[in-house]
Design a protein around this ligand. Structure first.
Ligand SMILES: Nc1nc2c(ncn2[C@@H]2O[C@H](COP(=O)(O)OP(=O)(O)OP(=O)(O)O)[C@@H](O)[C@H]2O)c(=O)[nH]1
Ligand SMILES: [Zn+2]
Length: 353
């Protein structure tokens, strides 16, 4: 199954349909973001009623009824154009074209296949929207086909990961640095750990779970506090002579860099960091913190002094078997451009000031 998931993600990112198979029917799935006019036309020429599946978050913005809990199946109007599909999927032009509807939501039948499709499209780091056609006809044998039930289970389970390599990495904060790399079996992003010194495995280790932020960590963006937090955490580990910094490739709180930039564009239209995620159809935070806990356990750590201002990280560590003996605050890098962002995180996401 994992090799098929990796292939399906690549197909969806290339605009190629994949097939989800259930016992008595199957569904053609195309990611809305990479759909082409030709593929849409070909789908409309088949028999059956195609739908555009979006998340309930996106449906809320569009005032469409989500009859299916966390997703909504929007009936594709006859002759719907590619612009129509992309206008529903992508909030970039919501303010210029506020009236997308009325959107009609399907309410009969099961949305299980649709829900699985949205999870798959999200895991490909695309906008959470897919054009789908459920039918009992057979489809093109050359497409990637996945059993929907096992796909749904595999996407929920945490993929096993393996440490592939470790090497010495002298750093400006400490010459006693090592970098370790983990690779998940499902072909998703690799994750890294920087180990400083030789931390005692039987005592709480000074630890940071840092989520990738290309803009803040590398470019010196002033819109967030990630760069100063990264350097502050490493600095403290260097000063204490021991620590472990996990660098988790969960860019944009797990939505990927392209979607994070879509969120930034919405922030320029006046929405805050949480509202922007919701308008795109994502939850505020799409990260999987089980990954961090698994890496710490694999390194032999069971308790941490966690450098964070995010109480959810503490809860998630405790829930996944890592004892947090102390929260070490990490308040650095506040400035004019990120003040509102940090205030929103404190107000809406419970961050500690
Ligand atoms: N979606 C989205 N992600 C953002 C935005 N600004 C920053 N990020 C991402 O948010 C993540 C920040 O992660 P962390 O530094 O671990 O932050 P945190 O959950 O606030 O917790 P602590 O820093 O530990 O207090 C990174 O993946 C950034 O890329 C934004 O406006 N929208
Ligand atoms: Zn950042």
């Amino acid at each position: 199954m994992t090799d098929l998931i990796a292939r399906a993600r690549a197909d969806l990112r290339m605009g190629v349909p994949v097939v989800l198979e259930a016992t008595d029917q199957s569904a053609l799935v195309l990611a809305a973001e990479t759909l082409s006019a030709a593929r849409l036309k070909a789908l409309q020429e088949r028999s059956g009623m195609p739908v555009l599946v979006i998340s309930a978050r996106r449906a809320e913005t569009l005032k469409a009824r989500p009859y299916d809990g966390d997703v909504a199946r929007i009936v594709l109007p006859q002759e719907a154009s590619l612009d129509w599909v992309q206008g529903v999927a992508d909030p970039a032009d919501d303010l210029n074209t506020p009236m997308k509807g009325p959107l009609l939501s399907e309410r009969s039948g099961s949305a299980d296949l649709h829900r699985t499709a949205i999870t798959l499209v999200k895991s490909a780091r695309l906008l959470p929207a897919a054009v789908m056609l459920v039918s009992d006809e057979s489809v093109d044998a050359s497409l990637t086909r996945l059993n929907a039930a096992s796909l749904s289970q595999t996407l929920q389970d945490q993929s096993p990961m393996h440490r592939v390599v470790s090497a010495r990495l002298p750093l400006s904060v400490s010459e006693a640095g090592r970098l370790h790399i983990w690779r998940p079996e499902d072909g998703a992003e690799e994750h890294y750990a920087v180990e400083i010194g030789a931390p005692d495995r039987d005592a709480p280790v000074l630890a940071r779970l840092h989520s990738a932020c290309f803009t803040g960590d590398l470019m010196g963006s002033l819109k967030c506090d990630c760069g100063p937090q990264l350097r502050g955490a490493l600095g403290q580990m260097g000063a204490e002579g021991a620590g472990v910094l996990l660098y988790l490739n969960q860019e944009g709180r797990g939505i990927g860099l392209a979607n994070k930039m879509r969120a930034y564009a919405l922030q320029d239209q006046g929405f805050d960091t949480v509202e922007a995620n919701h308008r795109l159809g994502f939850e505020d935070d799409e990260r999987d913190f089980r990954i961090g806990a698994a890496i710490l356990r694999d390194m032999g750590f069971s308790s941490v002094r966690l450098l964070t201002n995010n109480p959810a990280k503490i809860e998630m560590m405790q829930a996944h078997g890592i004892d947090v003996t102390e929260r070490v605050p990490l308040k650095v890098g506040e400035g004019e451009h990120n003040r509102a962002y940090l205030a929103t995180k404190a107000k809406k996401s419970g961050h500690l000031l």
